[in-house]
Design a protein around this ligand. Structure first.
Ligand code: SAH
Length: 244
């Protein structure tokens, strides 16, 4: 679980308690406003080990760099076009993917929630279906609900005899590798003049969504890097032949 920009130390404490009751041992904090703080320990009610072992990062990208699947939780629909999951669907996907690599579920700051740029780093958003007229849960209560769904999904999974296909065994590309691919794609699209003077923002957003949905493995990302590098080389050659 990753808590981004948490403002109230009490919420960090309650979230740690919520996580420990559901069997989670790790907490990741991105730029918390006040931490460590005695109020966090007071509300943790004994889940001190999670607070003491909390990993603190300065950015969300840094926190999820090694993850193969990242979901962001939001109370409201956002302008960012991305797949939306309910807690049950999200929990099943996270538990399945956790067999192959690190996964993360991200929570935003109390006042504003996750920023659009932070949501864009996620493969999908997760929304707890609340009353649309009163949709925002307290942060630690949202953590509790989603941690509970993850526990249910994990218990279900443990009871299943699963036959895994060889495809499930492939190591998925990490968040960091995907971001490096998106940077390369961005530069390559400019090099081949794909945007023709238009801003490439919308196209990049669509392409991010497409490639994040594909759940690519490391080898597939390498092939795409190769294609982009060749396209860049051809564009350079064409530019040298016809400097105008
Ligand atoms: N005003 C903010 C609310 C932030 S609440 C907003 O509109 O987004 C703090 C965090 O709790 C959110 O960023 C989200 O991670 C989580 N949260 C709160 N209500 C939620 C809900 N209904 N579904 C999923 N996550 C929720």
């Amino acid at each position: 679980m990753v808590l981004v920009g948490t403002q109230h130390p009490r919420n960090i404490g309650s979230a740690a308690r919520a996580l420990k009751t559901m069997g989670f041992g790790r907490l990741h904090l991105v730029a918390p406003e006040r931490f460590p703080h005695p109020e966090a320990f007071a509300l943790a009610a004994g889940a001190d080990d999670l607070l003491e072992g909390a990993v603190i990062s300065t950015t969300l990208a840094e926190a999820v760099a090694g993850c193969t699947l990242v979901f962001g939780s939001t109370a409201t629909q956002r302008a960012v076009p991305m797949p939306e999951l309910n807690p049950r669907q999200a929990a099943q996907q996270l538990i399945t993917a956790s067999g192959q690599g690190e996964v993360a579920l991200v929570f935003g700051p109390e006042r504003t929630g996750l920023e659009n740029a932070e949501l864009q780093l996620c493969h999908a958003s997760v929304c707890i279906p609340t009353d649309p007229d009163f949709s925002s849960l307290n942060l630690s209560q949202a953590v509790q609900v989603l941690a509970y769904e993850l526990r249910l999904a994990a218990v279900d999974k443990a009871g299943e005899v699963v036959e895994r296909s060889p495809l499930d065994e492939r190591p998925l590309a990490t968040h960091d590798e995907m971001e490096r691919f998106f940077s390369h794609l961005d530069v390559a699209l400019r090099d081949i003049d794909f945007h023709k003077g238009r801003s490439g923002v919308t196209v990049m957003r669509r392409l991010r969504r497409l490639f994040l949905r594909a759940a690519m493995d490391e080898r597939e990302v390498r092939v795409l890097h190769g294609i982009l590098a060749d396209a860049q080389r051809m564009a350079r050659l064409a530019g040298e032949r016809d400097p105008h």
